[in-house]
Design a protein around this ligand. Structure first.
Ligand SMILES: [Zn+2]
Length: 306
């Protein structure tokens, strides 16, 4: 199997990246001191200031939650974070992959050949779900498929999941489909997060917190999810969220709601503020996942300067 090539940042020298990493580590150390106890109001104020700064002058909704305690550390547009429901797109992929690996419906080394094109027809509606990753004619295993958000891989993963299990997986993560999938095509659209389900920002924060718990205590079977989410930020579709020296794992999503001509973007993931792991979810109306990931990057950069 060919290994996808990593981005090599030809415009950035190694020395510049080393300096950036050193500077980021220095700032993180200071932030860690400030965040020695994530429960303190001073630490919460710092996280809130970072999120407010990152999302300033945008229409984005954002939430940051402490993984271990579940405490809400920061919110921007808190009302919309609960009330605004939109199609999740690809931020569902790690949830379904984790469940399918646990049930051994896919194995880490199971590969799916992708030519990038994907059309799914449900009734009179046709969906063009062509992959946006740069590679074509390539066999992806689980880890790379998640990092590159391969729609073909996840459509085939959907085919391996029995319909009742698809809704059970969502329920396990505190989510619900609008109706049980009635056909193979509806199940594929559900797993791809483009039809049959809407979610709120706060629901996704809870879901990713639960996923973080699973990954932190998980056996090797879930390595493709753990590593795929990191690779997604290091060189995959969520690369806009990357901050040198900071461990960030996450997933982007871009989708359109029924009847809407425009898309919206998501970033859902985890990162560390000092020793504390946090979940961050960004919802960007009239945007895309890459732009939402960029806002997450601004958040992590801002936490380092608070
Ligand atoms: Zn693909």
């Amino acid at each position: 199997m060919r290994v996808p090539k990593k981005n090599c940042h030809p415009d950035r020298s190694e020395a510049k990246w080393r300096d950036l990493r050193l500077e980021a580590r220095k700032r993180i150390y200071i932030a860690a001191l400030l965040l020695f106890s994530p429960m303190t109001s001073a630490a919460k104020t710092s996280v809130q200031a970072a999120l407010s700064s990152a999302l300033r002058a945008t229409s984005a909704v954002g939430i940051v939650v402490d993984v271990s305690s579940g405490q809400l550390l920061a919110a921007v547009k808190a009302a919309e974070a609960t009330s605004q429901l939109s199609a999740p797109g690809s931020i569902l992929k790690p949830l379904f992959l984790a469940a399918a690996l646990e049930q051994r419906e896919v194995l880490p080394q199971t590969t799916v050949f992708c030519r990038r094109s994907l059309h799914i027809t449900d009734g009179t509606q046709e969906w063009n779900l062509a992959c946006t990753h740069p590679q074509s004619n390539l066999a992806f295993a689980a880890r790379e498929a998640l990092a590159y958000s391969c729609n073909r891989y996840f459509a085939e993963l959907a085919d391996r999941i029995p319909p009742p299990q698809a809704t059970e997986i969502l329920e396990h993560f505190g989510l619900a489909s609008l109706h049980p999938p009635q056909s193979r095509e509806q199940k594929e659209l559900l797993v791809l997060g483009v039809a049959g389900i809407t979610v709120s920002t706060s629901q996704m924060a809870s879901a990713y917190r639960k996923l973080a718990f699973q990954l932190n205590r998980a056996p090797a079977a879930l390595d493709p999810v753990r590593q795929g989410l990191k690779d997604s930020v290091i060189y995959g579709m969520a690369h806009n969220a990357a901050v040198p020296g900071v461990e960030i794992a996450g997933k982007t999503g871009t989708a359109s709601d029924a009847g809407k001509a425009w898309s919206h973007g998501w970033f859902a993931g985890t990162g560390y503020l000092g020793d504390e792991e946090v979940v961050i979810v960004i919802y960007l109306p009239r945007g895309n996942g890459a732009d939402a990931a960029r806002l997450a990057q601004h958040f992590f950069l801002a936490t380092a300067t608070q």
